[in-house]
Design a protein around this ligand. Structure first.
Ligand code: FCB
Length: 474
């Protein structure tokens, strides 16, 4: 029972998040189509350890166990994604009823267990059929935004009578950056100027999807999960402050502003225009961002989904052959807390981010759709996973959320990334983000100490005081 003196509201969504390609496996089951990740992972060298999603956590078959894990932990919400290439094997055309049946069963089981589903519609597993070639199509094509809306229509027509919370897109900036600018994620395109086209179509896809959701879901709550990185200046200098603001435009405001109905920010627009010209992109933004697009993108956003992992420390830098943007992400220096992936752990930046979003974006409700870290602890002699650093991570970040709520932000929920250790895209299976350890040889799941710790907070709304036995971040 949430105790009366908790900072968290009684209906707070305490959850964990996953995505289809990262956990499901069974890539050929039930008429599933080929996704861009099925194709991309076959390219030599693109995934650390040569892994792919063909087995992953085997969740397409073991999904009932995953729901039991949520119940054992004591969570009341689950963010998962429907597989785009499962539901639309050919990209457009007829929806695959067998895949929809699968998610239908999953939704019913979640509801029967008292767990609120939050469904992500695009967590990156686009049907390969939407690619025109290795270097074209996908989100570079405007028609993909329409294909996405067809898919969203099929899913929400089927599940919209029971599911009200929908996340159309996951991390438009990461899709644009890793998928189309630097080529580290599927579809593996490296095209700096055209990457901005891909990002625009992701946002346009959201706007077109809203129309479908409005038609199918009576009391929908629609959001986008944005990868938000607070950008802090490396020094007190005016030049570094300008660099941090520029980086904030590129990473955060370019998505937040149009989604909340304000259109693209002028400073970042000018920056992209400059880049397109310098790189001889051969097009202008006006030819891509058509009259009316910003209205479509800004149609409806009931909550801002926040994927928060760390911050970017930015210093002014000269543009040159190896630097397209006038800043350098220098990272913090010194003996600071880091995850096993080297990312700085800064919970207070989450508090500040929540307050900033509340202030700058009309007090819109906020949901933390992802937050977590890589802590590669494995089972010990007692078969338990004593992941004390994840415990400290969760405690720190939930304190930050509680403080932001007390200081006025409307935060509806927190989804830990992730319920399970899983396929971490180009990094393969090495990073472990889960509340549950997964033995990939057997599929066996073991809840880590952090899961029990988090579950206790979810049940009581109270964040325990520091445990002197636990050294934060080891
Ligand atoms: C986010 C992704 C998610 C996972 C986490 C670690 O960028 O949305 O799928 O990779 O990072």
């Amino acid at each position: 029972m949430i105790q009366p003196n908790s900072a968290f509201p009684a209906d707070f969504l305490w959850g964990a998040a996953t995505s289809a390609y990262q956990i499901e496996g069974s890539r050929n089951a039930d008429g599933t189509g080929v996704s861009i990740w099925d194709v991309f992972t076959k390219r030599p060298g693109v995934v650390e350890g040569c892994g792919d999603g063909s087995l992953a956590c085997d969740s397409y078959r073991r999904w009932e166990e995953d729901i039991e894990l949520l119940q054992t932990i004591g969570l009341n919400a689950y963010r998962f994604s429907t597989g785009w290439s499962r539901v639309m094997p050919d990209g457009t055309g007829v929806a695959n009823q067998l895949a929809l049946d699968h998610y239908d069963r999953q939704v019913d089981a979640l509801l029967a267990a008292g767990i609120t589903p939050l469904i992500t519609l695009n967590h990156w597993d686009m049907p390969q059929a939407l690619m025109l070639s290795e270097t074209d199509g996908g989100w570079l094509a405007r028609s993909t935004a329409e294909a996405f809306a067809l898919y969203v229509d099929a899913v929400t027509a089927r599940l919209g009578d029971r599911v009200s919370r929908w996340i159309t897109q996951c991390e438009p900036w990461i899709v644009q950056l890793l998928g189309y600018q630097v080529g580290l994620h599927a579809p593996g395109i490296k095209d700096l100027p055209r990457s901005v086209i891909a990002g625009h179509h992701v946002l346009l896809g959201h706007g077109l999807a809203v129309e479908a959701i409005n038609a199918n879901v009576a009391a929908a709550q629609i959001g986008v999960a944005l990868s938000l990185f607070p950008c802090t200046p490396a020094s007190d200098s005016a030049a570094d402050a300008k660099a941090a603001w520029g980086s904030d435009g590129y990473v955060n405001r370019w998505y937040l502003d149009p989604l909340t109905g304000r259109g693209y920010p002028a400073d970042t627009w000018a920056l992209w225009a400059e880049i397109i010209e310098r790189e001889q992109g051969g097009f202008s933004l006006d030819e891509v961002i058509l009259p009316g697009d910003e209205e479509i993108i800004g149609r409806r956003l009931d909550f801002i989904g926040i994927n928060y992992y760390t911050r970017r420390v930015c210093a002014a830098a000269e543009v040159g052959p190896d630097r397209a943007f006038p800043w350098a992400v220098v990272g913090p220096s010194g003996d600071i807390a880091r995850s096993d992936e080297g990312w700085e752990i800064v919970p207070d930046q989450l508090r500040q981010l929540l307050l900033r979003l509340d202030r700058d974006y009309d007090h819109r409700p906020l949901i933390i759709t992802e937050n977590g870290g890589v802590f590669c602890d494995t089972p010990m002699h007692d078969r338990r996973v004593h992941d004390n650093r994840r415990i400290a991570f969760i405690r720190g970040h939930l304190r930050a959320v509680a403080e932001a709520i007390s200081q006025g932000a409307t935060v509806l929920g927190y989804m830990h990334w992730s319920l399970l250790d899983n396929f971490e895209w180009a990094l393969g299976y090495r990073p472990r983000f889960g509340l549950s350890y997964v033995d990939y040889a057997t599929g066996q799941r073991t809840l880590k100490d952090s899961a029990y710790f988090y579950g206790e907070i979810a049940r009581t709304g109270q964040i325990p005081a520091d445990d002197p036995a636990i050294v934060p971040y080891g």
